[in-house]
Design a protein around this ligand. Sequence first.
Ligand SMILES: Nc1ncnc2c1ncn2[C@@H]1O[C@H](COP(=O)(O)OP(=O)(O)OP(=O)(O)O)[C@@H](O)[C@H]1O
Ligand SMILES: [Mg+2]
Length: 255
Amino acid sequence: MRLAVCSSKGGVGKSTTAANLAVALAGRGRVLAVDTDPQDSLGRAFGVVAKGYDDSLARCLEDPTASARDVIRHDVVPRLDVLPSHPSLEAVALQLSNSGGLITSVRRILRPLMAEYDHVVLDTRGDLGGLTLAALCAADAVLTVFTSDPGSALGVVRVAGFIEQQRAYENTSAVLLGAACSAWDRGGRAARQVLEALQATGVPLMRTMVPLSRRVPSSTLDKLPVVLASPTSPVACAYRALADEVCSTAERMLS
Ligand SMILES: Nc1ncnc2c1ncn2[C@@H]1O[C@H](COP(=O)(O)OP(=O)(O)OP(=O)(O)O)[C@@H](O)[C@H]1O
Ligand SMILES: [Mg+2]
């Protein structure tokens, strides 16, 4: 599975979800976590930081002769490799967008690597711009996320519409597996309203709700996804359950 974690909204837990799912999926096979966001949060979740353009995705996208193998950090966690981003990706994306190479750029660099990995997890930036489309173009499955904040529901609906539109343009054949709550505020009035609003949209919702937990931001300080920092915590169990649900949904929808 090549899974893109997307939302048109920023700050809804995409990178946290991508990092924890990548770790959970590494329990099932070899995983490559790819950061397509110039904010480079996915790598940072593991303490992986590119020094510059040269050791990041930015170079692989811009230079057709560069191999992603040269910038991938191997076994950051057993069976999990990371392809880090860097802020220079912003300028590279702009340039590729002008020359016409952006949409297929991530797919192009991942193609020679596919035989080496059972799963690829792509983190995306919080918009529906060219870099997000490039990630969708490299994916066969999409997970969108929302929080207990009412604004995040709109991000789910917009991603669902965007995927449909881009499928019609044949820019991607990725299927939307569903929307997952990345920070469930059990008992919160706003959280209930978000859920009710999303149930009415017809977008499939994942059964697993990742709880709001103070352990998540504190694991960032340890430079470890919470699945590794507090493996027996309820939030870690939820991420592992979400990974199982994502895999079973993908098996059903992609077969
Ligand atoms: N389950 C959770 N419980 C508590 N805090 C959480 C949870 N999930 C994510 N967060 C916090 O929410 C904030 C935003 O998370 P994250 O960076 O993953 O969002 P994002 O969608 O990737 O943001 P951006 O659009 O900026 O890339 C972070 O401070 C993170 O620690
Ligand atoms: Mg992020």
